[in-house]
Design a protein around this ligand. Sequence first.
Ligand SMILES: Nc1ncnc2c1ncn2[C@@H]1O[C@H](COP(=O)(O)OP(=O)(O)OP(=O)(O)O)[C@@H](O)[C@H]1O
Length: 572
Amino acid sequence: MRPDKKHVALWAAFAVLVCSVPFILPKYWVFLFTTMAVSTLVARSVGVVTNQAGLLSICQMSFAAVGGWVVAGINDLGWQMGFPLMVLAGGLVALPLGLVIGLPALRVRGVELGVVTLGFAVALDLYLRRGSFPGTGEGKPVIPDAPFANSIWFYFLAWAVVGLLCVLLWWARHRPLGLAWAAVRTSERAAAALGVDVARAKISAFGTAAFMAGTAGGLMAGQFGLLTTDVFTPVSSMVYFAVAITTGAGVLSGALLAGALITLVPELLRRLGLPLDLGDLIFAAGAIDTLRRGQGGISDQIAARMAGRKYADKQRSCAMAPELPDLTFWQKPDTAADVLTVDGLTVTYGQNKALDNVSLSIGRQQVHALVGPNGAGKSTFVDAVTGFLASYRGSVKVNGSTVDRLSAHRRVTSGIRRTFQQSRVIDSLTIGDYIRLAGGREHSRESGPALKEFFGLPPLDTPVSLLDVGSRRILEIAAALAARPALLLLDEPAAGLDESDSIGLARRIAAIPKVFGASVLLIEHDMHLVRSAASAVTVLDFGQVIATGQVDEVLADERVISAYLGKEVSEL
Ligand SMILES: Nc1ncnc2c1ncn2[C@@H]1O[C@H](COP(=O)(O)OP(=O)(O)OP(=O)(O)O)[C@@H](O)[C@H]1O
């Protein structure tokens, strides 16, 4: 995504300001602004793992300690490799440690994960306190080699590192890595359904953040010469966490604000003769208030306000044209005769058999409906087929290949996509980014505009958060198609849609096989939609198949009518 001109001008002005500091302010302020650069880097590292990927990490200063330790160690050993490379080494050593600390994130989340990371911070702090940083005992400070021994050059180096890493993060934000973090933050199930490898996304966020914090620690070693453990305490990690939450360090502006607060608040308190601990209290209060409001940090709120101003009429909706556009360019997936073959699927929850020996086949380019009263087992069927259940009995084949051993995100790569009964779109993205994320490797440049045309989506740069409920459901279907799946499972896609959108959607679902080459398994309570979109239907009742075949014949079947408590199915 291209940055808009206003943003570029603003950042250019900020860069000029940063470059002019050493020439207009006294040396002490150059030192403070160097500290601010390093603090920004640590805050942005919290931003990656917590604000962007939604994982609690309260140990970023421990990774900084590792980076500082490595730089001090290299200096102590007398290796001549140039200060920037020493800093890079600090980041690179912290990175694998970040990957290891990220491993618990695969099993635990939320507060538990926060406790695990804090535990690491405490353990490392205890370990470091038993000794000292290399070179400290012998009074051998880290003195960066020329030209970085000069404080002005060091200042520029620190800001160059901030600039480089933050530009890389900005670039990654609209690419698979950054989009995967955003997806995992919103919902792990939704992320897996989009083909995101949730484990890899979490671990990569921890690794990236550890690298950044390690780099910051390396810079600290060069700035202070001799490091002490007091700089890297678990409390300092908590302070960074609190400030990053308050300012919204998932973006550079929030991280800069965090860096400024962490540097300048203690300075102000010192000048006012007030205790420095007061700063930590203020930061903690800020974090509590931000979490209580639940609207993100300061930078997130400013971004939301700016988006609100840009899209003044606020809510956006899909406008499906009566005519179906002809998407002749769309490459259709290679599909076997039977796209889905389910044999003897059985799922039990305690004593309750949610699915009992269910068998079902869906042919090529077919819309097949799965209906049944509430609690019949329809969603359980979708969960089992798409890999969202821990276990089931029976077998599921997609395009002739067994997928039973595959996790949800791997089944996505084998050609199945799903939507959820409760919409799970990633609303921190734009429509275009969401489609790009969902499209994965199969996504092409034309996918976004083509899907926009087919489903009448608003412009691709519209934030998903501005879409109304019905349009979000339509977007979910559009995005699932971007991956050119062989089979699309739609779980009550018309829930929340008004009548005209429901009719428009029915026409589009009916056209999916011809236009996109995919088969559809449609779960719906709206029988008008089933009749107009599907050619075949299977009826479940108490977890068992009670009828399957042509729509009109099956919906007139006595057993089906009695399953619906005696109502004519046409009345539903
Ligand atoms: N996680 C779970 N734990 C225990 N029981 C469950 C769980 N999920 C579903 N069930 C039970 O399994 C049965 C099938 O539920 P399921 O949600 O698949 O039905 P459904 O046909 O999709 O219903 P609806 O049309 O209301 O969505 C129900 O009896 C339900 O209570």
